[in-house]
Write a protein that binds this ligand. Sequence first.
Ligand SMILES: Cc1cc2nc3c(=O)[nH]c(=O)nc-3n(C[C@H](O)[C@H](O)[C@H](O)COP(=O)(O)O)c2cc1C
Length: 239
Amino acid sequence: MPTNISGRRQKMPDKKQIDGLPFVRYEHVSKDDATMLKEGKQLEQELQARRSVREFSSEPIPKEVIEYLVSIARSSPSGAHKQPWTFCVVSNPELKKKIREAAEQEEYQNYHGRMNKDWIQDLKPFGTVWQKPFLEIAPYLIIVFKKPFDIDAEGKKSQNYYVNESVGIACGFLLSAIHQLGLVSLTHTPSPMNFLGGLLERPENERAFLLIPVARPIDDCWVPDIERKPFDEVAVFYE
Ligand SMILES: Cc1cc2nc3c(=O)[nH]c(=O)nc-3n(C[C@H](O)[C@H](O)[C@H](O)COP(=O)(O)O)c2cc1C
């Protein structure tokens, strides 16, 4: 019988064939309208409070928590269920130092000529600079790789579908779960990010997608005073 991360036994799902294909029963958790409204409001408030944080505490986090987070991310939907992702979790201090140094080299160039004037201007409210000390301070860096294609044991290549969409959704699951567990993260893109594949010795079919430090925030943590677009500006209902 399969077990989950904590070793508890999982219930085996009902199975049957439909048109010669194997199906399992979908176990639905039904909620009435009042419950959906109450929980929807709570969840909306909880997730609206998520922020990208750049001041991390080095306080340790149990490895099992990070395993849960990655396992939540891997539950994401993906084009043709190809699951075109690898989540690399770095806690090794020497490796984090190397990642920081390589990221800072790229970011130095970004902030000194590679980003155009408009881009630099758009980044002003965030006060970001090329230095990235948080890459060494955060106890965990989750580096998400996308796989434009797979390679089987015989070296044969096969294509994956909607890779950016799939990996983007998985990262959304991850960021949401990090927040809901009371931790913080940053969606970081020290581009070009090819150096991550080299440092982590990833295979030729993996490309770095996002670098996500996971930590607790420092005690007196501040984030940019920015507003989200109003609901009516981003939502259109056709009734
Ligand atoms: C694809 C993507 C790339 C980002 N890259 C960076 C980055 O390299 N450095 C950084 O400080 N913030 C980065 N951010 C964070 C954004 O600045 C942040 O999400 C935005 O300002 C909104 O703030 P909030 O996440 O607190 O709501 C990135 C966000 C996304 C979605």
